[in-house]
Design a protein around this ligand. Structure first.
Ligand SMILES: NC(=O)c1ccc[n+]([C@@H]2O[C@H](COP(=O)([O-])OP(=O)(O)OC[C@H]3O[C@@H](n4cnc5c(N)ncnc54)[C@H](O)[C@@H]3O)[C@@H](O)[C@H]2O)c1
Length: 272
């Protein structure tokens, strides 16, 4: 094995699973972002990567982009702006001509939609959470579909929406919608060879997560209950699963939710 065998790295002589893949990674804001770790891992697995960001946080994303193994470009994308989505299709078409995969790592809910305010949240805030965190998976997929005529893989980030959680409130409802959106996308894009899956992660100490009032309560639940244990400061296992789903190793998988949560979802109470 070696240079003559595509898909096998030469330096470490170990297999890489994303050799030659062109991937769009949304959702990097700092180097703690889950998406940053996916971008880092994807590069190590042989992929070329472009990031997206928007507005005031763009400078933070650009700083993070410089800290990747190979510094990369940041494209403008507010996922709620049709003009940004149209420009993204055009830019990617100019830059690469085609795309093999994308990570949707985008979520937002107004403060009054989180943190124990469920009964008092106005419809406008719930709708905003839904649009940015769930509908946006369809919006992004629609803008990338023309670039994936040879098939592709789209992965989104979930937090288990099968049950109600403390504090997660309308973001939990938005995640339930995201789970459903991913299944409808799998239905409509599967015949075109485009797979759509979610990774349902345990709590990780990112900017978005720490912004949820009471996040520590969720983190404590995981510490006591996850059969494998859970480190809120280690997004590595989540990034690994995303890279697997972006790779051809997962070519028979779509409409799936892969739980990377230390096994928390499988047990109803702590063992001891
Ligand atoms: N951190 C956790 O505990 C956890 C657990 C499970 C799932 N997730 C999910 O992982 C994903 C990434 O979150 P994270 O924890 O890495 O936090 P993060 O704050 O690092 O990332 C959230 C990203 O969403 C982007 N975003 C928000 N509104 C946007 C818009 N209108 N257009 C484009 N981008 C927009 C932000 O710029 C940011 O980059 C989210 O979907 C989140 O719900 C996080």
């Amino acid at each position: 094995m070696g240079a003559e065998h595509p898909g096998w790295g030469t330096a470490a002589r170990s297999p890489v699973i994303l050799a030659g893949k062109r991937l769009l990674i949304t959702g990097v804001i700092t180097k703690d972002s889950i998406a940053f770790h996916v971008a880092e891992r994807a590069q190590r697995e042989g992929a070329s990567v472009l990031l997206t960001s928007f507005g005031r946080v763009r400078r933070l994303t650009e700083r993070a982009a410089q800290r990747l193994g190979e510094p990369v470009e940041v494209l403008e994308l507010d996922v709620n702006k049709p003009e940004d989505l149209a420009a993204l299709t055009e830019t990617l078409s100019d830059r690469w001509g085609s795309l093999d995969g994308a990570l949707h790592a985008i979520a937002f809910a107004p403060q009054d939609a989180l943190g124990g305010n469920f009964m008092a949240t106005p419809a406008s805030s719930a709708v905003e959470a839904f649009q940015t965190s769930a509908f946006s998976l369809k919006a992004l997929a629609a803008s990338l579909e023309p670039l994936m005529s040879g098939g592709g893989s789209i992965v989104g980030m979930d937090f288990d929406a099968a049950v109600a959680w403390p504090i997660y409130d309308w973001m939990g409802v938005a995640k339930a919608a995201l789970e459903s959106v991913s299944r409808y996308l799998a239905r409509d894009l599967g015949p075109k060879g485009i797979r759509v899956n979610l990774v349902s992660a345990g709590p990780l100490g990112t900017l978005a997560a720490r912004g949820i009032p009471g996040f520590e309560r969720l983190a404590d639940l995981w510490r006591t209950q996850a059969p494998l244990g859970w480190d809120i400061d280690d997004p590595g296992p989540v990034a690994n699963a995303v890279c697997f789903l972006l790779s051809d190793l997962a070519r028979g998988i779509t409409g799936e939710i892969v739980h990377v949560d230390g096994g928390f979802h499988a047990v109803g109470a702590p063992a001891n």
